[in-house]
Design a protein around this ligand. Structure first.
Ligand code: SF4
Length: 413
């Protein structure tokens, strides 16, 4: 039995690796060094996130036939079981062996759920080390019910980049998320949104879209993000075109992402039409000049043929004038074609010096872009009554996500 258990646990441990280091520029060196060094034990015994092939190999290592691996795959990704004991088609002995060898599904408990009047559901998940992460389910209803369900997932616990308008940045940084933790948010969001919105639809609708726009900078955790992207696409069966990876811009990473030639959208958080203003809103921009960022975006479009979308948070009196819009249009025209601008009127957060722009200012800004032939949309902020801005809900419960407080949660309420 001991030999069997060792077989069961050893080879797969090698397949789940912590994120590798990514080359970064000076500004990022300290923040990234922290984010690239997982401070918790690698989840080497977690099933969620493993591919069908890896699960077949696990079954073989446990002395089972290959098809048992396919069954594991089925219970993980189709039935979305939370516990190995619920894999009822598997022999009891195999299930026992897996559990005794330390394997588990890898789903985290839900710490808090907040539902906004518009049906948006925001969750706090409690990770193994008691850290809290946010994840948001955004349903779109039509005459027939739930037509689309977008999962906004977090890629880090907190964020080291400290953009001046962001609640997550203000809350500090704890660690990167591992592959199974990113995938898990999608599963939980799927289940919860369905429960909250329409019980009967719970098992009939899937998450249709995933946006990596939750807590954290995905490009600082690119290896795990790419693995999660694979799993979401191949195992959870979400189309690549339905997945958006967002970044504020980390040197050398957009090129790396482009080289994978994914059919997913790249969303770049620009927030300013020139370098000087951008540095005041996004401090990390000091290490990534705007012309280098735009050149990398051009490269992404060339390599993938996928449109790049630019996110632009409109901050009253800071970057929301018609002149700023004209400057932005000029910048984008200079960068070629294949771009789209998403305007996001600032969502007020606690202790912020920024204010939400008036409706008139938003319309004037978008009108100026349109008349300069830039395609633009204004994002309707969902869940305004549910601590909608990224990081707001997490900050309510856990303002400082430092790893030195593994038990006390740092709960502030
Ligand atoms: S906006 Fe994104 S990159 Fe900037 S601090 Fe917030 S989570 Fe980090």
């Amino acid at each position: 039995m001991l030999a069997l258990i060792q077989n069961c646990s050893m080879p797969l441990a090698r397949t789940v690796r912590p994120p590798s280091r990514t080359q970064v520029q000076p500004y990022f060196s300290s923040a990234v060094r922290a984010s690239m060094s997982p401070r918790v034990k690698s989840p080497s015994q977690v099933l969620l996130g493993l591919s069908e092939k890896e699960l077949e190999q696990l079954a073989l290592n446990c002395g089972q036939e290959t098809y048992r691996g396919k069954q594991l795959y089925h219970f993980l990704y189709q039935r979305k079981c939370r516990e190995i004991k619920d894999f009822y088609q598997l022999p009891q002995g195999f299930r026992n062996n897996l559990e005794e060898a330390g394997w588990k599904v890898g789903r985290s408990p839900i710490f808090e759920t907040v539902t906004a009047a518009d049906g948006t559901v925001k969750l706090l998940l409690k990770l193994e080390d008691n850290r809290l992460i946010e994840t948001v389910g955004i349903p779109v209803m039509d005459d027939k019910g739930l037509s689309r369900l977008t999962a906004c997932v977090s890629s880090q616990v907190g964020c080291p980049l400290r953009c001046s308008f962001c609640a997550t940045g203000k809350g500090g940084f704890s660690r990167n998320l591992q592959r199974h933790e990113i995938v898990e948010q999608t599963g939980i969001k799927f289940i919860l949104c369905e429960q909250v919105l329409a019980i009967e639809e719970v098992f009939k609708h899937r998450v249709s879209n995933v946006v990596f726009m939750g807590m954290g900078e995905p490009m600082l955790n690119l290896t795990a993000v790419l693995e999660a992207h694979r799993c979401l696409n191949k195992d959870v069966k979400i189309g690549q075109r339905m997945i958006t990876i967002s970044t504020v811009g980390v040197p050398n990473t957009i090129k790396k992402l482009a080289s994978h030639k994914l059919q997913s959208t790249l969303a770049v958080s620009l927030h300013a039409p020139n370098q000087k203003l951008r540095e005041t809103i996004v401090p990390s921009a000091k290490s990534y000049p705007l012309d280098a960022l735009m050149s990398d975006c051009r490269d992404y479009f060339r390599q993938t043929n996928r449109r790049v979308s630019f996110e632009y948070a409109l901050l009253a009196g800071v970057n929301d004038s018609v002149d700023h819009a004209a400057e932005l249009a000029e910048l984008l025209h200079g960068a070629g074609s294949g771009y789209h601008v998403n305007l996001i009127p600032f969502n007020p957060i606690e202790d912020s010096e920024y204010k939400r722009p008036s409706k008139r200012a938003v319309l004037a800004f978008s009108g100026a872009l349109e008349s300069a032939k830039i395609t633009v949309s204004v994002r309707h902020t969902r869940g305004l009554d549910a601590n909608a801005a990224c990081g707001q809900l997490r900050n309510k419960f856990q303002k400082t996500p430092l790893v030195t407080d593994p038990i006390g949660l740092g709960v502030s309420c």
